[in-house]
Design a protein around this ligand. Structure first.
Ligand SMILES: [Zn+2]
Length: 262
C-alpha cells in the first residue's frame, strides 16, 4: 500500500472500499479522492486522529454513528510502514480484532483471505513463533488451523448445528470457507441471501470472539452463549441499522429468514 492510497476509493482496509461500506459518509466527503494520509494522522503504527472533510457542519445522528464505526474500524488495525513507504495492516498486537460494530466485523470477515491468515497457532508458527502450542486449544485433538477453528473443531460444529436449526438452513459439514460462504447465495430472494449471509458472517465472528474470550480472558464459552451472541447482536444490528425496524424478536428467534415477509 503506497502513500498514494485513496481513503475512500481504494480497498485498503478490507476487500471493499470505505465508499462501499459507508456510502452515506462518502456522500458527505468534500474531497472524494482524498488519500489515507489526508484523513488519518498516525501515532506510531496506529491511527491516532482523524481529519474529516464533511460538506455539512453538523452530521445527523445516523452519520455520527457511521463515523464512529468507521473510526473504530480504522483504529482496530495497526499499520506498519513497509519498504516502499506505505502502510501495511499488521493486525492487532494482541492477535485479537478489536472492532465492536457488527458492520466493522463483517467487513473484516469479508476480506476473504483473512480467514486463512487469522492468527491461529499454525499460522503463527509459520511466521516463526515456535513457542506456540500447535494443537487446538479447545479440543486438543487436531492442529489449530483456520479451517479447524471455524469448521472442524467439535466445539464449533455444535455451534453450526445450533445455527442451522435456528435458521432452517444446513450450515454443517463444510471443509472450506469457500463452500460455507457459497451457501449464502442459495436463498431465492435477495433479502434471504442477505440475511443468511449475515448469519454466516456473524456466526464466524462470534465463534472467533468466544474462542478468544475463553483463551485469553477465561471468559464464558458455550454453544448456548455463542448462539445468544449471534442472535441478539444480529437482531440489534438489523433493527437499528437497516430498513427493517419493525422486525419482531419472537419471530426472529423462530425463523430469521422468513420473519421479514409478514
Ligand atoms: Zn479443536
Amino acid at each position: 500500500m503506497g502513500n498514494n492510497t485513496r481513503f475512500w476509493l481504494d480497498a485498503w482496509l478490507c476487500r471493499f472500499t470505505l465508499k462501499d461500506i459507508f456510502p452515506n459518509l462518502y456522500k458527505l466527503e468534500v474531497f472524494k479522492g482524498c488519500l489515507i494520509r489526508d484523513r488519518v494522522v498516525f501515532d506510531g503504527n496506529r491511527a491516532g486522529n482523524f481529519v474529516w472533510g464533511w460538506s455539512k457542519l453538523h452530521l445527523s445522528e445516523e452519520n455520527l454513528v457511521d463515523a464512529e464505526d468507521l473510526q473504530e474500524m480504522v483504529c482496530g488495525f495497526s499499520f506498519k510502514v513497509d519498504k516502499k513507504g506505505g502502510w501495511r495492516w499488521t493486525g492487532d498486537s494482541s492477535g485479537l480484532f478489536s472492532v465492536r460494530s457488527l458492520r466493522g466485523c463483517m467487513a473484516i470477515i469479508y476480506m476473504g483471505m483473512d480467514l486463512l491468515f487469522i492468527p491461529v497457532a499454525i499460522n503463527l508458527i509459520a511466521k516463526g513463533l515456535n513457542s506456540i502450542y500447535p494443537e487446538c486449544s479447545r479440543c486438543h485433538s487436531a492442529p489449530e488451523t483456520s479451517a479447524h477453528v471455524f469448521l472442524d473443531c467439535p466445539r464449533e460444529k455444535e455451534v453450526w448445528r445450533a445455527v442451522s436449526l435456528w435458521c432452517h438452513w444446513d450450515l454443517t459439514g463444510f471443509d472450506s470457507f469457500g463452500q460455507l460462504l457459497e451457501v449464502a447465495k442459495q436463498p431465492d430472494d435477495n433479502l434471504g441471501r442477505r440475511i443468511l449471509g449475515s448469519i454466516i458472517y456473524s456466526s464466524i465472528w462470534f465463534i472467533w470472539r468466544q474462542r478468544n474470550a475463553k483463551l485469553f480472558n477465561n471468559g464464558i464459552s458455550s454453544t448456548l452463549f455463542t448462539m445468544e451472541e449471534i442472535m441478539t447482536n444480529l437482531f440489534g444490528w438489523i433493527k437499528n441499522r437497516s430498513g427493517h425496524k419493525d422486525i419482531v424478536w419472537l419471530d426472529w428467534i423462530k425463523a430469521p429468514l422468513s420473519c421479514f415477509k409478514a
